[in-house]
Design a protein around this ligand. Structure first.
Ligand code: UP5
Ligand code: MG
Length: 198
């Protein structure tokens, strides 16, 4: 893809920081297409003739990062589908929950398209845990249980935060405090985007 045709923002933050919640609001307000890497992986996992179902299930349950070939192929196909369906429009994408590992960031920007910047939702672990355990009562997500949550946090700290640090060093991170209620977080996000997306 050419950066002339597509604008990509990476949306990062720990498990339960509120990436999906804020992306929904951004879609409604700015007309982005929202691509959640986790949602795409879960959909692929449940596709009856997928060859990756068991691999994805195992990784998600254990809070591990699925090999990037799988995730990048899903993201690229989803972007292509959006662009084909509205070829006259320029594509604006929120890529939610990806990249989660440094090599994924490098590979995506090299092979697909460079991101404009990273929107990073910053939230302390105890608040994220509270949200995920509460959601786990009804979500049916196989990783919303205490043990999987612990593993997800560990992967986030050890493997995914370095991605944020990498972009931060390049001055490409827009950080938003994700602790307040969703409406307040959205206001802060809009204020930051107004500065960056003009
Ligand atoms: N909530 C949201 N905002 C709130 C607020 N401001 N105040 C109070 N409550 C708030 O929100 C989580 C919960 O909190 C909800 O109940 C919400 O109402 C409430 P949500 O918006 O869903 O947060 P989000 O950050 O999107 O949390 P999510 O659980 O989706 O984060 P993860 O990053 O863990 O999940 P994801 O789906 O991205 O990845 C899942 C797994 O897939 C990974 O662990 C990994 O195994 C795999 N994966 C890969 O391998 N590669 C990838 O590239 C991506 C995923
Ligand atoms: Mg999410």
């Amino acid at each position: 893809f050419s950066p002339d045709d597509v604008t990509v923002l990476f949306v990062l933050g720990g498990p339960g920081a509120g990436k999906g919640t804020q992306c929904e609001r951004l879609v409604a307000r700015y007309g982005f297409s929202h691509l959640s890497a986790g949602d795409l992986l879960r959909a692929e996992q449940n596709r009856p003739d997928s060859e990756f179902g068991d691999l994805i299930r195992h990784h998600i349950r254990n809070g591990l990062i699925v090999p990037m070939e799988v995730t990048i192929a899903l993201l690229e196909a989803a972007m292509r589908q959006v662009l084909d369906s509205s070829s006259s429009k320029k594509g604006k994408f929120l890529i939610d929950g990806f990249p989660r590992k440094l090599d994924q960031a490098v590979k995506f920007e090299e092979a697909v398209v460079p991101a404009r910047f990273v929107l990073f939702f910053d939230c302390p672990e105890d608040e994220m845990e509270r949200r995920l355990l509460q959601r786990g009562q009804t979500s049916g997500r196989e990783d919303d249980n205490a043990e999987s949550i612990r593993k997800r946090f560990r992967t986030f700290v050890e493997t995914s935060m370095p991605v944020v640090d990498y972009f931060e060093k390049q001055g490409r991170v827009v950080k938003v405090d994700a602790r307040p209620e969703p409406g307040k977080v959205f206001e802060a996000t809009q204020a930051e985007l107004a500065k960056r997306l003009s």
